[in-house]
Design a binder for this molecule. Structure first.
Ligand SMILES: *Cc1c(COP(=O)(O)O)cnc(C)c1O
Ligand SMILES: [Zn+2]
Length: 419
């Protein structure tokens, strides 16, 4: 957070706004959902008070706090950080050629603290909760958010209560416990975990605050920095298409919000990229709603996919995801587990980047959309790899033993059978 030029305010946060009823709320105290209609709230800024330029921002430290005028934390002393942000935007030339595309880039969020982009939301959410005097944090998670919030909560000295499906990736359990979080495993899905957390919070509201996805307005402000970074890394320009693995949809809504803010500031010029929401066929409520022309999604029964981070049967912000996709001329696509796992290995061998299953799903979606002609050969496409492949050892295509296709174990005298 080195400062070069600061003439204006550190943050230009002005108020919170309900995207459903339009009400304005005070941002100087903790707020959950809109009291009138239960909608998530969005942070709004006095963009006219921003005095820095993209050049000033370019001289700052390479972390997400470089955009602090457009973030809610009120000053540098409020920042809880583990060095998050400015992940690589990697060109994928061999994969692009394989897909029949001129330009394909992957933003690799696997390098963030705790191994997923949930670190962005946790850094902002925890910083802001601490700043507003919240005493304890409670949340349901599919794993990665719990791991990230545990790390940042520990860093802030705040207690954290986590409820996680028993089927979530094992490493994320260990991450929560190692960072001192109070972990509960739930025999069910994230929606079940959410109900248990809400009940625990209702039981002792002075002690715990529900920081579930979109139940507080600042996680999305952390995730939106992916949009700022993509624009900055392209030289303050927007790509034609952004492809996002969608669970709660926070990252997709965040990128949409960030790019609108940059447009309003005049740091980029339009049009916005077409936003693509990708889900797995085993849990695709947003894709179904998109195809039916619905404004909200219906809960998905028996949700299941190896892409655990996007196993969200019903998202609180579904109407915002659908709005973002439709208003940008985007689309929503579901891909099969078999397809995305094959893609994971394919991308690894072509480009050396081991994607997480969610990230691999975005490449599978590009393959489908390129084949159908929805993505043209000249489109510049950005895929989000939302986590590190190595945090999903269960899903990686390696089996050891003597079976067909497995990695052989040989006696120490050898020989090795070299292909
Ligand atoms: C949480 C998660 C997602 C989905 O993120 P949303 O912004 O809530 O849609 C995608 N990928 C991974 C790896 C995740 O952990
Ligand atoms: Zn409202």
């Amino acid at each position: 957070m080195s400062e070069t030029t600061t003439t204006g305010p550190w943050s230009t946060l002005s108020h919170l706004e309900c995207p459903r009823c339009g009400d304005h709320l005070d941002a100087s105290v903790h707020q959950g959902l809109c009291p009138r209609d239960g909608s998530p709230l969005l942070a709004r800024y006095d963009l006219g008070a921003v005095t820095v330029t993209p050049d000033d921002v370019a001289r700052r430290a390479p972390d997400l706090w470089r955009y602090h005028e457009l973030l809610p934390v009120q000053g540098p002393e409020g920042v809880v950080t583990l060095g998050e942000g400015m992940t690589p935007l990697l060109p994928m030339p061999r994969l692009a050629a394989d897909l029949g595309l001129g330009r394909l880039l992957v933003k690799d969020e696997g390098l963030l603290p705790t191994g997923s982009f949930k670190a962005r939301g946790a850094a902002m959410g925890v910083s802001r909760a601490k700043e507003l005097g919240v005493r304890g944090l409670a949340m349901p998670t599919n794993g990665n958010a719990g791991a990230a919030w545990a790390a940042y909560a520990a860093r802030a000295g705040l207690p954290l209560l986590v409820a996680m499906p028993v089927g979530a990736p094992a490493i994320t359990r260990a991450e929560v416990v190692a960072a001192g979080g109070q972990l509960h495993l739930v025999n069910g899905l994230i929606s079940d975990a959410g109900r248990l957390v809400a009940a625990a919070v209702a039981d002792d509201p002075d002690r715990w605050t529900d920081v579930a996805t979109l139940k507080e307005p600042y996680r999305i402000e952390g995730k939106k920095t992916m949009g700022f970074e993509i624009a900055e890394q392209l030289g303050w320009r927007m790509p034609d298409v952004v492809v996002y693995p969608t669970g709660g949809g926070v990252g997709l809504i965040g990128i949409w919000k960030a790019l609108q803010e940059l447009l309003e500031l005049g740091w980029v010029t339009g049009p916005l990229p077409r936003l693509v929401a990708v889900q797995a066929t085993g849990c695709a409520p947003i894709v179904r709603a998109f195809e039916e022309g619905a404004e909200v999604s219906e809960p998905w029964a028996d949700a299941s996919t190896v892409a655990f981070g996007i196993t969200v049967p019903k998202a609180l912000g579904d109407f915002l995801v659908l709005r973002a996709v439709r208003e940008t001329g985007g689309t929503a696509v579901a891909v099969d587990d078999d397809e995305l796992l094959a893609e994971l290995q394919h991308v690894g061998s072509l480009e050396g980047l081991v994607l997480c299953p969610e990230g691999a799903a975005t490449v599978s979606a590009v393959r489908r959309l390129r084949a159908s002609g929805w993505i043209g050969a000249d489109d510049e496409v950005v895929c989000l790899n939302t986590g590190a492949g190595i945090i999903y050892p269960e899903a990686l295509p390696v089996a050891v033993g003597d079976g067909e296709g497995e990695v052989p174990v040989v006696a120490k005298e050898g020989p090795l059978t070299v292909r």
